[in-house]
Design a binder for this molecule. Structure first.
Ligand code: 1PR
Length: 535
């Protein structure tokens, strides 16, 4: 194939660059993987998606001689595109588990966002760029949103301003992209930013493409609230993997066959929701607590196929914990999560295992570093780890009757109770545990969770709205983003949860599977209510 359609990709094996591969292929290019430093020097154009943490990345680059080759390649002004950590590594150093020396091509130190400024860290979601220099590859971005997911950022200064091509406001005005000649790097994820992101990659890969500026028609000004489509997945009674949906977690039809509700095929539905404007797509393997996720390969196949056509973040949960299979082979939760990442997941979500980890942590006050939550966030970064909470509302007459945090409920309980706590459950809501959602959320934030997916068994599938008492309790309790889930039945339910709580995202399933309300209508309603959304 002519070198014109070949892109050299530097994948040092730290995590999920499958989505970058898929985006490059989607744009009609072939990939040549870097095997040796010489491959870098021979490249006609090079894409470097940095994934994971700064220090391990620099270790690999230094130990393989790739750091030196990268610097030589960039100093010759050959076409280069760094993504996320691939931008940060160009700087002098980073404070992440640092200070750690970077490639030193751009003056400045990469530092952590300061959550005390009231901005949730990690910075996860769709934000707006202020383009400060003609950067060519950003010509189609205009005022559209692009997807960020990071806790560290590089700051513009007198010493690096010749490099800065765009900034983004999130507490700090940080560097969103750099450009000098043919050398580009972006802090956001073009492979996860929908059609806007694909246009950035297309312009990098096709520099001769039409130069006409088509500024995006969006009205991006700040971090958008996310609307997430969720697909509960399990095998039905004759072994097919289907999208199902619980009614208060009961997924069986109330017919005499009591078959598993079947709402469609996972990959098809995910592709449809991407086209309809979902900001993220989540797959929940709801029988993962008993089947072995790597055993039921279909789930990995679903991810591989979905990530070939869904260019917004994919989260997968269900069954992420240590496991010994029937032959006695032990798999750590890290191995299970790594398999999901390799198959195309950008984030994984942990349910039951996080409850056990939080109970243990609250009992001992000690971080062992051995829980699935701690191990996966240490290797992949906490922005890749979501904790999914399955709470059920327990009304109490008097808060003093329980040792868990209670809220004054907006509508009284069956016996006029004015308070409630939210009991966590494991195994898909089947077993109640001695810990409240409030205590769990604060504990898992300490243990390294990057985001909370907050379900509510009572509201699940009822279509009567989110439990805003619960969402407010939890989103006020932590400084990581909280995704409200369960109960969406109308477009108003989405604007209610965003105006009554500080949820960063709203997730829904049934309302979309039952084709009651298209995702686009939800976003148009939110826009009308003055809520920032990605269009
Ligand atoms: O415990 O780590 O194996 O994870 C299990 C995961 O599967 C958890 O995220 C848990 O929430 C989910 N899960 C387990 N059983 C069920 C079930 O329904 N029987 N799904 C289940 C829970 C939450 C969302 C749902 C929202 C919105 N459902 O998937 O989509 O509640 O629903 P709605 O908009 O239709 O109201 P582990």
């Amino acid at each position: 194939s002519s070198s014109d359609s070949v892109v050299t990709l530097l994948d040092y094996g730290a995590g999920n660059v499958r989505s970058v591969r898929n985006a490059i292929k989607h744009l009609g290019f072939e990939i040549k993987d870097v095997q040796t430093p010489q491959d870098i020097l021979n490249a006609s154009r090079l894409i470097f998606p940095g994934v994971g943490a700064f220090a391990p990345a620099m270790d690999v680059l230094n130990n393989t001689g790739m750091a030196e080759a990268l610097c030589a390649y960039i100093e010759k002004d050959h076409p280069f595109l760094g993504i996320c950590l691939g931008l940060q590594l160009l700087f002098e150093s980073s404070e992440e588990n640092g200070p750690v020396k970077g490639l030193g091509l751009i003056p400045g130190t990469v530092g952590r966002f300061d959550s005390s400024k009231g901005f949730r860290v990690p910075h996860i979601g769709w934000n707006a760029l202020q383009v400060t220099k003609d950067s060519e590859i950003l010509d189609d971005v205009g005022n559209r949103h692009v997807y960020f997911v990071h806790s560290y950022r590089a700051m513009p200064s007198e010493h690096n301003k010749e490099w800065v091509s765009s900034t983004c406001n999130y507490g700090d005005k940080f560097i969103a992209s750099i450009r000098r000649g043919n050398v580009h790097a972006v802090q956001f994820h073009p492979e996860k930013s929908g059609d806007v992101g694909l246009s950035v990659l297309r312009r990098f890969l096709n520099p001769k493409s039409n130069k006409t500026k088509k500024p995006g028609e969006g009205k991006a000004s700040k971090l958008a609230q996310r609307v997430i489509a969720c697909l509960d997945v399990r095998t039905n009674d004759n072994g097919d993997l289907v999208v199902t949906k619980g009614d208060q977690y009961d997924v069986r039809e109330n017919t005499n066959e009591k078959e598993v509700r079947n709402l469609g095929k996972p990959v098809e539905l995910a592709g449809q929701y991407y086209i309809d404007g979902a900001d993220e797509v989540s797959f929940l393997n709801i029988t993962g607590f008993r089947d072995f996720p790597l055993g039921d390969l279909p789930m990995l196949q679903v991810l591989r196929h979905a990530s070939e056509k869904v260019f917004v973040p994919l989260t997968v949960g269900g069954g992420i914990r240590d496991f010994t299979d029937s032959t006695g082979r032990y798999y750590s939760s890290l191995e299970v999560a790594s398999e999901y990442f390799r198959s195309g997941a950008d984030k994984i979500s942990i349910g039951s295992d996080a409850v056990y980890a939080a109970e243990e942590y609250l009992r001992t006050g000690v971080k062992t570093g051995k829980t699935s939550l701690e191990q996966i966030s240490r290797v992949y970064g906490n922005q890749a780890v979501v904790v999914s909470i399955d709470p059920r509302r327990v009304y109490v007459k008097d808060p003093k009757d329980v040792q868990f945090k209670t809220v004054r409920v907006s509508s009284a309980g069956p016996n006029g109770e004015e308070f409630a706590w939210y009991q966590c459950t494991v195994n898909g809501g089947r077993e109640g545990r001695p810990i409240g959602a409030y205590e769990l959320a604060k504990a898992v934030e300490e243990l390294g969770a990057g985001e909370i997916l907050l379900n509510c068994i009572d509201c699940d599938g009822q279509g009567k709205g989110f439990d805003t008492d619960l969402v407010k309790l939890i989103s006020d309790a932590v400084s990581i983003p909280v995704i409200a889930s369960s109960g969406a039945g109308s477009v108003e339910h989405f604007s209610q949860v965003f105006t009554k709580t500080s949820a960063s995202a709203a997730l829904a399933a049934g309302i979309f599977h039952r084709k009651e309300v298209p995702i686009r209508s939800v976003k148009e309603h939110l826009l009308k209510e003055g809520i920032e959304v990605r269009i």
